[in-house]
Design a protein around this ligand. Sequence first.
Ligand code: HEM
Length: 362
Amino acid sequence: MGVIILYGFFCALLLFSLFKKHWGKPQQRGNLPPGSMGWSYIGETLQLYSQNPDVFFATRQKRFGEIFKTHILGYPCVMLASPEAIRFVLVTKADLFKPTYPRSKEQLIGPSAIFFHQGAYHSQMRKLVQGSFSLKIIRNLVPEIEAIAMSTLESWCGGKIVNTFYELKKFTFDVAVLSIFGDLDSPIKEKLRKNYCILDKGYNSFPLSLPGTSYNTSVLARKKIGQILFEIIRVRKEKNSVQNDFLGSLLNFKDEKGEILRDDQILDNIIGVLFAAQDTTASILTWILKYIHDDPKLLEAIKKEQKPFFEANDGGNLPLTWAQTRNMPLTNGVIMESLRMASIISFTFREAVTDVEYNGKS
Ligand code: HEM
């Protein structure tokens, strides 16, 4: 059994337990891919954290090929970096693998979040997420999302230099908060933002739980986020109001036996969705801005497409509607093409549930 990392656009996959099972039994290890397992226990974790992760993976890929072994974050892994290998793990032989994350990352998000589960609980959480972020729900949020976009743009005025990705992370955080909680009081939202930023900063740091380390600071911020969310949940339960947002669906959920979700399950899934939604969306928005910036003709064509809606909305005084957003083929084409071109998620993890052989390596 084992873990895998998928890298690149999904260029690499980490196979952890595949090795764990036979650790220390060389006669049963099979034909492992080339690569280095580094030092005992810490493996190559220090090398990974002492350089840009893309350089770490790319140098090994160049040296060993598209399948290589390594040992990071406490796990022996296999890295896969070819479309065929990734299709093998995610599509054709998906039943031989299960989603997994290094424990350090699971601790920061929360063990009950959707990512760390399979089976009935996973399907239930998936349905809840899909329902709360469905077009049916999102279409009603268009005016509020537009208002957040306008206020983000206004905050860039005045000739100051901004970091596009970080600014768009603020924007996607606000949109995520709107979809999860509906209206949230400003002071609570700011407290949540502050602690979520700290958690986010340490998410990819070296997982050393010592006072002062980035990882430990993140763990402490995670605890504070827990307290803030428990309080939000308590107040919402007290009000007993039915709300159409993600928190509302988590609170209303009952499984087939009539069991409701525990507060810690609700909390972990909220942090999970924040985590899944914020960076990914901010990243694609940043790419879209870059592509448009690099192609002035495209920018002009997009403006031309959008101008009639701007004018119909009284120069932006009336809110944008869902129907208008559906009637912008060029704008939508640019979004879809950017999603195709840009590598938003550079790697992910899987754990083999049984011994797996691929291209003569196992
Ligand atoms: C451009 C934006 C996005 C991209 C490129 C993206 C990409 C992905 C990918 C590749 C996965 C699979 C990861 C894996 O299997 O290891 C995933 C999972 C997931 N994403 Fe997104 N995502 C985006 C936006 C969002 C948003 C806005 C949400 C908000 C709800 C979201 C929620 C999730 C959840 C809950 C999962 C786990 C699904 C499961 O375990 O069944 N994602 N995303």
